[in-house]
Design a protein around this ligand. Sequence first.
Ligand SMILES: Cc1cc2nc3c(=O)[nH]c(=O)nc-3n(C[C@H](O)[C@H](O)[C@H](O)COP(=O)(O)O)c2cc1C
Length: 223
Amino acid sequence: MHIDDALTARKSVRAFRPDPVPLSLVTEILEIASRAPSGTNIQPWKVHVVAGETRRRLEAEVLAHRETQPADDGAEFPRTSKRKEPYITRMRTLGKEMYSLLGIPKGDKEANWRQWGRNYQFFDAPVGLLFTLDKDLDAMSFIDIGILMQSIMLAAKARGLDTCAQGAWNNYWSVTRRVLGVPEDEYIICGMSLGYADESAAVNTLVSEREPLSDFVTFHGFD
Ligand SMILES: Cc1cc2nc3c(=O)[nH]c(=O)nc-3n(C[C@H](O)[C@H](O)[C@H](O)COP(=O)(O)O)c2cc1C
């Protein structure tokens, strides 16, 4: 697959088929993605790959915790929920398109809660990835993890697999830490679903918008 085709075809998939992904394929994707660059080559990423019984236990424990302690939903590292324009509009556009495909009416809090909970089932993907980072590192290392994640998503796409990056997994981090034995000195930064897309699911037809270059690029020094 040409890199441009992988870049264009990759999109967030939020409904997966149960077909298992062989360990050898997951390993191949991680091997190639580990060529991702990182500042001064410190390779700060750690990845927990979950499948089978561990995946089921993680899902069950996080979902149970979420029901009993719904307010325990912040990240362990500093984040803000404050949003301003143009981000609010972009976020709402995505939400509107996605929830309309899911048939969830605006204001249906119960259905919204359930749908967000699908994150903690990895949208039924057989494999989940959790990315963790040494707490002593700084914002530059978050960039490195993002680059690794995109590398994984592209390598997966080139092999017929789909993904969804999931910031949702930085919530309820205490449960994930306990179930996977993530050391206290690491943050749980993000999760990712990995598997085969359910092509019949309406939500997977969503192609998110992008702003034109004129909105975010400033060219300097070109005549
Ligand atoms: C760091 C990061 C965190 C994300 N977290 C979530 C998430 O928790 N749940 C979800 O459904 N999508 C999540 N997404 C997917 C974004 O909503 C998606 O990338 C964006 O809308 C663009 O759509 P596309 O990936 O289909 O191109 C996340 C993406 C990134 C890069």
